[in-house]
Design a protein around this ligand. Sequence first.
Ligand SMILES: [Ca+2]
Ligand SMILES: [Ca+2]
Length: 431
Amino acid sequence: MLSALTAAAVVPGSAQAAEPAPAERWIVQLKDTVTDPGKVAEEQTQGQASDGGSRLRHVFDATVDGAALKGYALEATADQIEAIRADPQVASVEPDQLVSLPEPVAGSSVQAPRQRTDKPDGGGVAYKGDPLLAGQWGLFRIGAVAGSDHGFRVPAAARVGVAVLDTGVDAGHPDLRVAGNANFSTSAGADDFHGHGTHVAGIVQALNNGIGGEGTAPGSRLWNVKVLGDSGSGLFSDLIAGLNWVAQNAKAKNIRVANLSLGTSVDSPLVHQAVRLATQAGVAVVASAGNAGTTALNYPAAYPEAISVAATTVFDQRAPFSNYGASWVDIAAPGTDILSTLPTRGTALGEDHGLLSGTSMAAPFVTGSAALCLTSGHCQGNARDILRTLGRDARSIAGTGSDYRYGLVQVGCYWQTAPKCSPRSAEHDAA
Ligand SMILES: [Ca+2]
Ligand SMILES: [Ca+2]
């Protein structure tokens, strides 16, 4: 994982050595007593651009229920940052490092018929399923597809908002519907030129529309919050800006779940604070445990407020690449050979639809599960309550209690059409 933290290590042929000593990137946290972080950021970075190396990247100004994250991100030389650090309005300064999607385990595009002849019935429930559904083993394994006399059924549309913080989403994909975009990455637009974000989004949301495949929570309101650039990495400050956007928009847009299929081995107090604020705003932050195959902590998944997700195979065993450890990994979900959407224009990861493996694919199954659980009313309250319900209904598999605190996520109880299937939902049924 460490090799993913420096751009030079992941960009072959990087021209960095030939360039003049670059300004370094920093995140400045301002004291909570600062009333106008944007003004202070401008004052503290004023004039620096002209002398060869300072640029303001993001301003953070989020307050949720009295807790705040105030500050900004900039590029500055060592001398400049020392002057800023000495300012009494500054609470802390930390390096702005790279956060990446876990090393992806690439698969291939899937060619398949894209149209089916039957239509969803009036309740929005399909009786044959979309054409690729039969290949989506993960949906079957977590109970997001049920058999019937007529074929398959999938849950009715989820009604909550879900934010995907990733490499962007292909908003033009016929199997996705993006409610809105926010771009905090270095990329020019919110579109997905990498492929990872579109794949993750499809696992959450792909529509029950007669084409392609299905998502875990088909039709949930999807917010594309782009925090990773087109190469698949971004800065801590981009992630913080994205999380702040989620926290600030959670109420107005009814965003209840945020998916973070990304990570780093570096523990950042400011990223942690951003996760805390989003959680406090009523958003369940779901994060991939990482693909190093070890018990080493991976952030933001390892922050206690996050719902940390490991990947399992078709045999319901921990995928060899998945990080693990019940002290910080909460729950498991399918993560090998997962069939989902890819940008229609084509990317290095494939085109249209394709298979990918990784904890990046496992996390959005849990994100979609949380969306279904909230829609059905089985999940209520904050992230901790949501995890408790998901954990209660999870299925015990090998590794439960040692590799992950809970077992394999299960959504069979969260179908609106089957509200009483949970053996322990008596309190909900009585309500
Ligand atoms: Ca579909
Ligand atoms: Ca946790």
